[in-house]
Design a protein around this ligand. Sequence first.
Ligand code: SAM
Length: 319
Amino acid sequence: MQMWKTRHILLGMLTWVPILNAWRQRHASTGGSDSARYCYSVWFRHLITLNRYGFNVSGANIGELGPGDSLGIGLSALLSGASRYVGLDIVPYSAKADLSKMLNELLDMYTKEAQVPDDKEFPSVRPLIDSCEFPRHVVDGGNVIAKAEEIRAQLRSGLDRGFLLGYRVPWMSLPQIDESSLDLIFSQAVLEHVDSLEETYRAMFAWLKPGGYSSHVIDFRAHGRSPFWNGHRAYSDRQWKLVRGKREFLLNREPLSTHLTLAKKAGFELLLTQRDQAPHGLDASALALRFSKLSETDALTSGVLLVLQKPKSAQALSN
Ligand SMILES: C[S@@+](CC[C@H](N)C(=O)[O-])C[C@H]1O[C@@H](n2cnc3c(N)ncnc32)[C@H](O)[C@@H]1O
């Protein structure tokens, strides 16, 4: 066994010690969406890209899978003209967030028409965009101050009440959201963590209105479990179970082709696949057997943006 695996297997095993696991859960965060600049950057990157495929944020009903440390990306979506947002997660990371502070910081950037934070500030944030100028052409021209006031009113009355902003944690099944009710469901660095990928693609498809969009940045890298970008695929399934331990999620280790197959099986049309070419990693011979025969595209894709659309002709699924 490669030496670097041992540390990660041991750390995973420690999560079975109740006191250590409780400490881990108390201190866990996802890193990223606790920063308003990150949220502003991620939202505009999705919105600018989606706009090229005909998505209009004005009045849109939007869902996000796995918002993480805050609902700041959703707040950005509301400020840019969406009429509703719901975040669906399996761990309530955002419950600790100061959403009023986040809103104020985002509003400040909006009213100043601040540039979208670029690749120097967030080198690994995707999707890449051609220009970081404030994208006036993609946002609703409505009154952003009045919108922020409506959001504040809802933050005061609680996320479980009100129309604008929702947070479902843990979400576990399709009926969490009405079928054919969303114009967009998106995620940032989430689908590589989801255990039940097939059900998740099916649920996202069902939640969307015909013609609705789905936009996902997926990071296929090892997330610190190996010094090599593809080293997570070097663990056998048994070793990987030990690495995960009692963590609520880790990595499903599925390659790009699995996502494309499941999205298609759910009924989606593929509008865009924007791949990141992998840096040098472990050779196929060093990977676990089931990853050693990946296609060249899967083996060399370290990240992707997928833009999907529910066909305009699609019927609502019935459970
Ligand atoms: C790496 S964090 C990304 C957080 C945030 N999107 C960001 O860009 O910073 C992964 C997030 O996915 C969530 N997650 C994992 N499995 C999930 C699932 N099945 N459904 C929804 N969210 C999930 C985690 O709880 C976590 O919030």
